[in-house]
Design a protein around this ligand. Structure first.
Ligand code: CAA
Length: 382
């Protein structure tokens, strides 16, 4: 069972390493970080110490160049233990891939080797209070004045914005141009005119900070612009084409954790003189949960392998994988709570956390409704 025969030796090795760290060092602290809503410092440190932060980066920038499937495998293992830590972990490629995809050689050399070790943390800031699904409708402006741009506006829902050293901020040089005006900038912590705003109190992934960012006449040097003016939207979308499969992988991790917990509990919980696993009603639930997780994993791996094969027109499969896996995680985690009954509804057991954490998988990195829009557009050619 669960023998992924198509994994290479290196992929197996990295998955096994991530699994060991996730189970021995991350899982024991997950409930505490969730309860206290504190940054999962020690969990992140364990991942950095194991060299897992640089696996998505080419060797020339200090990484180990293991690819998107390896990233997905690691994300699944971490999310099995703690989805908040996995969200933090994936934020590094989310903030770093735009630099890899569109940065100048100077920008790559300045940031990527330090992202590979974790010496620097990255974040990605696209959403705004009035621009979530409609990302091209963003309103933060960037006005060129000589050798710098002046940024004004507010961003929202920025994962890790309060800890990141460098944030890829998407602003517009002209809101009327919509997507064609969107331009990406590398904003560093402490830049004058840039401040971190409200930290959200969330339903799930509580240990992963989500903050607002404010820009008030914030001068950003022209050499901190990523790509050309108007290229920001494409950079944002191409990044998501790589990170959406990895987000799907996090959902798989939550689903697998919920399934594992439900199977173990069903074996042990006695009712009517026998383990509840003996009842076919429970068996059918477990079988359905297992199929959901398995299908999600295969879709995620397929989408990730497309990236590794250099197939850049993978938007359709990336959206499918993210959407299916997010929906699967929500369904499986909800059913796991049901298998646990009243105990599942308490904080004595982890399944209520899995259910809360699963919900974000249907929302961030593009809601599952937006994924369906993307899939339908590809189908219909519209
Ligand atoms: N790759 C390259 N280019 C792309 C692209 C892709 N995947 N998708 C779109 N583009 C290009 C289009 O070709 C188009 O270019 P042209 O004008 O030259 O033809 C341009 O971008 C605009 O595209 P659309 O016309 O399709 O734009 P739209 O306004 O209709 O919006 C959308 C498309 C799919 C709805 C998009 O806005 C979207 O994905 N929205 C969701 C936003 C999102 O995912 N936010 C998540 C934030 S990150 C996060 O949540 C992470 C976290 O906290 C952890």
């Amino acid at each position: 069972m669960n023998d992924l025969f198509y994994l290479s030796e290196d992929q197996r090795m990295i998955r096994d390493l991530a699994r060991k760290i996730a189970r021995e060092r991350i899982a024991p602290r997950a409930a505490h970080y969730d309860e206290t809503e504190t940054y999962p410092e020690e969990s992140i440190r364990a991942l950095m110490d194991a060299g897992l932060y640089g696996i998505w980066l080419p060797e020339e920038y200090g990484g180990t160049d293991m690819g998107c499937l390896a990233l997905a495998l690691v994300c699944e293992e971490i999310a099995w233990a703690c989805a908040a830590t996995a969200t933090q972990y994936l934020d590094q490629p989310l903030g770093g891939l735009p630099i890899l995809l569109a940065g100048t050689e100077e920008q790559k050399k300045k940031y990527l080797p330090r992202l590979a070790t974790g010496e620097m943390l990255a974040a990605y800031s696209l959403s705004e209070p009035g621009a979530g699904s409609d990302a091209a409708g963003l309103r933060t402006t960037a006005v060129r004045q000589g050798d710098h741009y002046v940024l004004n506006g507010s961003k929202q829902w920025c994962t890790n914005g309060d800890h990141a050293d460098v944030i890829v901020v998407f602003a517009t040089v002209d809101p009327k141009l919509r997507a064609k005006g969107v331009t990406a900038f590398l904003v560093e912590k402490g830049m004058p005119g840039f401040s971190v705003g409200k930290k959200e109190k969330k339903l799930g992934i509580r240990a992963s900070p989500t903050v607002a960012l404010h820009f008030t006449d914030c001068p950003v040097p022209v050499d901190q612009r990523l790509g050309e003016e108007g290229e920001g939207f494409r950079i944002a979308m191409q990044t998501l084409d790589v990170t959406r499969p990895a987000t799907g992988a996090m959902a798989v991790g939550i689903g697998q954790a919920a399934l594992d917990a439900a199977v173990a509990y069903a074996r042990e919980r006695q009712q009517f003189g026998q383990a509840i696993a003996a009842f076919q009603g429970v068996q059918f639930m477990l079988a359905d949960m297992a199929m959901q997780v398995h299908a999600a994993r295969l879709m995620v791996h397929h989408a990730a392998r497309q990236v590794d094969a250099g197939i850049r027109s993978n938007t359709y499969e990336a959206s499918m994988a993210k959407c299916w896996a997010g929906d699967a995680a929500m369904k499986v985690a909800t059913d796991a709570v049901q298998v646990f009954g009243g105990y599942g509804y308490t904080r004595e057991y982890p399944v209520e956390r899995f259910m809360r954490d699963a919900k974000i998988m249907q929302i961030y990195e593009g809601t599952n409704q937006i994924q369906r829009v993307v899939i339908a557009r590809e189908l219909l050619g519209s």
